[in-house]
Design a protein around this ligand. Structure first.
Ligand SMILES: Cc1cc2nc3c(=O)[nH]c(=O)nc-3n(C[C@H](O)[C@H](O)[C@H](O)COP(=O)(O)OP(=O)(O)OC[C@H]3O[C@@H](n4cnc5c(N)ncnc54)[C@H](O)[C@@H]3O)c2cc1C
Length: 242
């Protein structure tokens, strides 16, 4: 079922990523980690569908936030990040997904691992925890460079306010000045340093581009996390494109 959302706010997260806030009058509510499909239709009837994770925590205001990274040659993301304006209407279907979700009644330690825009559904979990949950969270967030971090100030505030949300950045290309780790991808040593020990049986949520997810799952498994405790979301091109 397609619903219609009205754009009520736009906010740039980085030079290439924008958060869109939609008001959806018949929104049924969602769980942190779910996504929606967005459909754009041209005047000649041609339409394109893409999936976007929900960034906002479940709320009673029927608001849904999406954060979209612009791919230079993409069909849909340049429109959503550059042309869509406040007051425009957008078709969406969802919420979708029942496995890659975090529910506030989960009390076990939670390990979040994001690559780039893969932070989006994990941010919904962090926001949901901030309003109603109490589980201890760790986030390991891999980005190209400091300017590519989404939600930087909010993440810092949540992690300072509540020491149960710990935050580790991994920079793949450029680090901040005097950073203790050379630029590079997440590796076994960083997993050992920055994630929950596997004997605490954390539930792990890994989200990002497909190769990122596969490599991180390999490290988590090698460090003793059982496969049924590792949940993944891959941000590759959507399977059903139309
Ligand atoms: C469940 C799910 C949730 C998602 N959530 C988000 C989200 O919260 N924020 C977000 O920005 N994106 C998200 N994505 C990715 C999104 O659906 C689109 O794939 C992305 O916006 C590119 O669409 P496009 O039309 O601009 O590019 P396209 O025209 O589809 O592709 C342009 C080129 O980029 C390549 N490409 C497509 N997608 C990606 C990608 N994700 N990474 C690298 N290269 C790619 C294509 O193979 C092609 O070569 C999600 C994907 C899935 C499956």
């Amino acid at each position: 079922m397609w619903r219609v959302g009205t754009v009520v706010a736009l906010h740039d997260e980085t030079a290439t990523a924008r958060t869109i806030t939609l008001e959806v009058s018949d929104w049924p509510g969602h769980v942190a980690g779910q996504h929606v499909d967005v459909r754009l239709t041209a005047p000649d009837g041609y339409s394109a569908v893409r999936s976007y994770s929900i960034a906002s925590a479940p709320n009673s205001e029927r608001r849904v936030e999406l954060t979209i990274e612009r791919l230079p040659n993409g069909e849909v993301s340049p429109y959503l990040t550059q042309e869509l304006a406040v007051g425009d209407r957008l078709e969406l279907r969802g919420p979708i997904g029942g496995w890659f979700v975090w529910r506030t009644q989960q009390a076990e330690p939670i390990q979040l691992i994001a690559g780039g825009s893969g932070i989006v559904p994990l941010m919904a979990m962090i926001r949901a925890r901030a309003s109603t949950g109490s589980a201890p969270f760790r986030l390991l967030y891999s980005v190209r460079e400091p300017g590519a971090v989404f939600y930087r100030d909010e993440l810092q505030t949540l992690s300072d306010r509540d020491h149960k949300v710990s935050l580790t950045y991994a920079y793949t290309r450029t680090t901040p000045k005097d950073w203790r780790r050379a630029p590079g991808r997440i590796d076994a040593a960083l997993i050992a340093d920055a994630t929950w020990p596997s004997n605490l049986a954390p539930t792990c949520y890994v989200c990002g581009p497909t190769p990122f997810v596969e490599s991180v799952v390999g490290f988590l498994s090698a460090s003793g996390n059982s496969p049924d405790k590792i949940r993944t979301e891959r941000f590759g091109p959507t399977g059903d494109r139309k």
